[in-house]
Design a protein around this ligand. Structure first.
Ligand SMILES: Cc1cc2nc3c(=O)[nH]c(=O)nc-3n(C[C@H](O)[C@H](O)[C@H](O)COP(=O)(O)OP(=O)(O)OC[C@H]3O[C@@H](n4cnc5c(N)ncnc54)[C@H](O)[C@@H]3O)c2cc1C
Length: 286
């Protein structure tokens, strides 16, 4: 197996085009598992860790451009204020070792329905910046990026450059259910973002459908029911009704980690809790 080690973004894109048999590797926390279990045997590995551009983030006009190679540990320590939902999700990923190696770009590359970065990116309305040597960069709304179980919208000659996320204008929450608190794949996960500047709500559901997905009907329902101006307490039953709509947006399956019925139930509970916490945060900030 060849080991390709570009030291610049242009070189990485050129190699991606030249070697369609090369598998990109960033933190390697998914790729090395695949290789160790002999689930994949690519002709080459395209190591992206020396591409400095991928390991940077910047803030421009209220939007964070997070390089695909920025690991979770740095999202937690450097971006907790700007991207609180993503930072919360990052804190729940794996163990300290996984969070130092694993990246948001790698999570998007794997496109697992259980990827923990996906729900907060959906709730925030993020865009994924991808690029090829032949056609240059393009942006894909994250809600359109996941095309099937562990499938994404990348063309064979493309790499993920970055993810673009608007900084939080209001409270954000992320919660997940697993069989224990750490080193666990989610049985279900939910992210919520309140956008008081435009009186809108964002959601993201994980581990409860073939792809991570939003709950658009629940978003509209909640945005229309919240008293954004007075920020008065949540009316009785609103959080529960929101939770039921979130659960209805899922299409979970039974598998070794949980039943479809439990996934729906737990999602309703997570969504109810998330809106209660987020609304309390917004009222306290008033
Ligand atoms: C013990 C353990 C615990 C874990 N716990 C969690 C957890 O709690 N939550 C969770 O969501 N995940 C978890 N994971 C999975 C993994 O850590 C994450 O999916 C992580 O985000 C992968 O990032 P990476 O940089 O290591 O990706 P890699 O393994 O390097 O790559 C993953 C995929 O993305 C592709 N890729 C990487 N970078 C790019 C790029 N720039 N452009 C195009 N394609 C690219 C690769 O080709 C590959 O297909 C765990 C893994 C392990 C081993």
């Amino acid at each position: 197996m060849d080991f390709l080690q570009p030291s610049s973004w242009d070189e990485a894109l050129a190699l991606r085009a030249e070697r369609p048999d090369a598998l990109p590797i960033s933190g390697g926390t998914d790729v090395m598992v695949e290789l160790n279990f002999d689930r994949r045997r690519p002709g080459a590995l395209l190591d992206l860790t020396r591409v400095g551009e991928l390991r940077e983030w910047s803030l421009d006009g209220g939007t964070v451009r997070l390089g695909a190679g920025v690991p979770y540990a740095r999202v937690i320590t450097e971006l907790g204020a700007q991207l609180p939902g993503l930072a919360m999700a990052s804190r729940t990923v794996g163990s300290p070792q996984i969070r130092v190696r694993g990246t948001v770009g790698g999570n998007l590359g794997s496109a697992s329905p259980a990827g923990d970065a996906h729900p907060p990116l959906l709730a925030a309305g993020a865009e994924v910046e991808v690029a090829s040597a032949a056609r240059g960069p393009r942006r894909v709304p994250v809600a359109e990026f996941f095309t099937g179980v562990k499938r994404n919208a990348l063309e064979p000659d493309e790499l993920i450059a970055a993810v673009l996320v608007r900084t939080a204008r209001g409270p954000q929450q992320f919660c997940k259910v697993g069989t224990r608190n750490a080193m666990v794949i989610s049985v279900s996960a939910f992210a919520l973002a309140l956008h008081p500047d435009r009186q809108a709500v964002g959601t993201g559901i994980g581990s409860a459908a073939p792809t991570p997905r939003r709950a658009p009907e629940a978003e509209e329902f909640l945005a229309g029911a919240l008293d954004w101006a007075a920020r008065s307490p949540l009316p009785d039953g609103l959080a529960r009704a929101f939770g039921e709509r979130v659960a209805a947006a899922a299409s979970p399956i039974d598998d070794v980690r949980g039943t479809a019925a439990y996934r729906r139930h737990s999602l309703a509970v997570l969504a109810r809790r998330a809106v209660t916490w987020a609304w309390d945060d917004l009222r306290r900030a008033a």
